[in-house]
Design a protein around this ligand. Structure first.
Ligand SMILES: [Zn+2]
Ligand SMILES: [Zn+2]
Length: 361
């Protein structure tokens, strides 16, 4: 057991407090990672605001990169000194979904309350999303980490652990886009820009970005969108259909949490197309759609968690594409902050910026 600094949430909606917390040594299958960078995700903010409930006190943060500084037994071949990305995708490896190649929907969830962290007086702390990475160090299961080149900037690498794999993976793994197909991406925020570059990497013919502001549509084009449609336009799916040469999309990727986007998403579809739901609305959100049109036109509606990513398979090729200049990562960072500025960084993220704020330790 050791003491490390962490940003603790003691009350939903209140600022995080930087405290000394107790961190267990890594146990069976676990590693300790000393973090160099952690990005702030909208999921961290939703949790900290109480949108999804959960135990308090808690430590959020789940998009991290750093270096392994201790290992438990059976740590998956990882060694002290390895540079790694830390993700929230903890997989048992043996449930039907893990065994079937879908570790993002592992059926054996971690117990995040009886995890490796406690407050200084010994009260259980929730290690949110099996990471608790708003901290100097984390102890996580080896299934959650991927080795990366130690020459790769950690500020860039941490982005790979959530927003990038979710967006790129949704286009490639979940939507299964093939060269020549058409995509609509609703929302050009952090995940949306990655869904756009995923569609580009997949070889999509046309990629229509839909967002509320022209500024975001312009950024979307720099990530590979061929067309932009303002969501505020009346019946924006008509403008999207026009951009696609008069047909509906093969895939509509919904990357936002706003319910109207879910209500409207099937309207952008062409025959045989599918909606991929990626965003995380608040827990009570409800959407409606017309099932008759979907069965008649052979359409589908699926959810995708974390881009259906298999981290050991997908993160290494994304690193390679980044190093070749074919995957944009630097452009996703809007600001760098010190750990003691975390509440300011969170406040800045809440202003709706499309990109990521990164805490650098
Ligand atoms: Zn995230
Ligand atoms: Zn599993």
């Amino acid at each position: 057991m050791q003491t490390v600094k962490a940003a603790v949430c003691r009350e939903f909606g209140a600022p995080l407090t930087i405290e000394e917390i107790q961190l267990d040594a890594p146990g069976i299958g676990q590693v300790e990672v000393t973090l160099d960078a952690v990005a702030i995700c909208h999921s961290d903010i939703s949790f900290a605001e109480g949108a999804w409930g959960g135990h308090l006190p808690a430590v959020y943060g789940h998009e991290a990169a750093g270096v392994i500084t201790a290992t438990g037994t059976a740590a998956g071949g990882f060694q002290i000194g390895d540079t790694v990305v830390v993700t929230l995708i903890r997989a048992c490896g043996s449930c039907p979904n893990c065994a079937g190649g879908k570790p993002t929907i592992c059926e054996s969830p971690a117990d995040n309350v009886q995890g490796p962290i406690r407050t200084k007086d010994g009260t259980p702390l929730m290690q949110a999303m099996a990471c608790g990475a708003f901290a100097e160090k984390v102890v996580v299961h080896h299934s959650q980490i991927v080795r990366i080149p130690d020459t790769l900037s950690r500020e860039v690498a941490c982005l790979l652990s959530c927003g990038v794999i979710t967006g790129v993976g949704a286009a490639i793994n979940a939507a299964g886009l093939r060269p020549g197909q058409d995509a609509v991406v609703i929302g050009a925020g952090g995940v949306g820009l990655n869904a756009i570059q995923g569609a580009r990497i997949a070889g999509a013919r046309r990629i229509v970005a839909v967002d509320m502001t022209q500024e975001k549509l312009d950024i979307a084009k720099s990530f590979g969108a061929t067309h932009g449609v303002l969501a505020s336009a009346p019946k924006p799916w008509r403008a999207a259909q026009k951009a696609l040469g008069g047909r509906g999309a093969d895939a509509v990727l919904v990357t936002v949490g706003a319910i109207p986007a879910y209500d409207d998403a099937p309207k952008y579809l062409g025959w045989g197309g599918k909606v991929v739901m990626i965003g995380m609305p608040h827990a009570e959100g409800m959407a409606t759609y017309n099932p008759m049109g979907m069965s008649y036109q052979g359409q589908g509606l699926i959810g995708s968690k974390m881009g259906d990513t298999v981290i050991q398979r997908d993160i290494p090729w994304m690193v390679d594409l980044y190093e070749q200049g074919r995957l944009k990562l630097d452009e996703l960072i809007s600001g760098r902050w010190r750990f003691d500025q975390i509440n300011e960084a969170i406040a800045d993220t809440k202003t709706g910026s499309a990109k990521r704020n990164v805490i650098v330790f």
